[in-house]
Design a binder for this molecule. Sequence first.
Ligand code: 5GP
Length: 145
Amino acid sequence: MSLDGTYDSANIFAKILRGEAPCAKVWEDDHVLAFMDVFPQSRGHTLVIPKGSTARNLLEETPERLAALMVRVQKVAQAVRAALNPDGVVITQFNGAPAGQTVFHLHVHIIPRWADQPLGRHGGGQMADMAELQDLAARISARIE
Ligand code: 5GP
């Protein structure tokens, strides 16, 4: 899907938001839901998505919702750092399939990095163990301020 198109309410993140698909939830408020990526590029790879939005990507989001999202991305990234003590944190976001986007509900990746560990492939790799994701989610959630 390129940058042009319409929002598909059957996308997996819309299903997660409606409670129709499971996720390892880290945190939510009225504006966003944060949960673990099931194909993590590193241990603790977390996604943050806006609620009440039909923006497929950052370019389509309203300034108000985008501002609310990014403030919360910072909050969750701080919790990821506090919980997992990484050496660095990648904050990334893809717009359109040619740019690497695979799920077409706006989302931001928080990917902790350790100096001695390679980054996993985006959109590939092994599905994580759900119990391990739930444990990571609980650890990050406990450090949300
Ligand atoms: P994108 O490629 O659109 O930037 O990122 C989509 C992300 O969603 C990928 O990192 C992928 O691993 C993740 N993902 C795909 N399907 C699911 C799912 O069913 N649950 C969760 N938690 N993450 C998913």
